[in-house]
Design a protein around this ligand. Structure first.
Ligand SMILES: O=C(O)C(=O)C[C@]1(C(=O)O)C=C[C@@H](O)C=C1
Length: 101
C-alpha cells in the first residue's frame, strides 16, 4: 500500500511539472499572438484567419493520430487557446488605438 501511495505522489509531481510547462507554453503562445496583432495592424489584416486555423486543425488532427489522442477533445483545447490569442490581439489593437486618441 505504501508503494502505491509513493507512486501516486511521484506521478503527481510529474503532472505538476507538465502543467508548469503547459502554462509556460501558453504564455509564449499568447506573447507571439500580441506580436502578430501589431504585424496585422501594419498589414491591415483581420485578427481572424480561417485559412490559418484550418492549417492548425489539419496539423493537430495528424498529431492526435500520432499520439493516439481524441481529436475532438484536443481541438476544443486548441479552440480555447486560439480564442485567447484573439482576445490578446484585440487588447493590443485597442491599446494601440487608445494611445492615438
Ligand atoms: O496566425 C495568426 O494569424 C493568428 O492570429 C494566431 C491564431 C492562433 O491562435 O493560432 C489566432 C487567430 C487566427 O484566426 C489564426 C491563428
Amino acid at each position: 500500500m505504501k508503494n502505491l501511495k509513493e507512486r501516486l505522489r511521484n506521478i503527481r509531481k510529474e503532472i505538476d511539472e507538465i502543467d508548469e510547462k503547459l502554462v509556460y507554453l501558453i504564455s509564449k503562445r499568447t506573447e507571439y499572438a500580441r506580436e502578430i496583432a501589431h504585424l496585422k495592424m501594419e498589414l491591415n489584416y483581420p485578427i481572424n484567419d480561417e485559412k490559418r486555423e484550418m492549417e492548425i486543425k489539419e496539423r493537430i488532427y495528424k498529431l492526435c493520430k500520432k499520439y493516439n489522442l481524441d481529436f475532438e477533445i484536443v481541438w476544443n483545447v486548441m479552440g480555447i487557446l486560439m480564442e485567447y490569442s484573439k482576445i490578446v490581439q484585440r487588447e493590443e489593437i485597442n491599446s494601440k488605438n487608445s494611445k492615438k486618441l
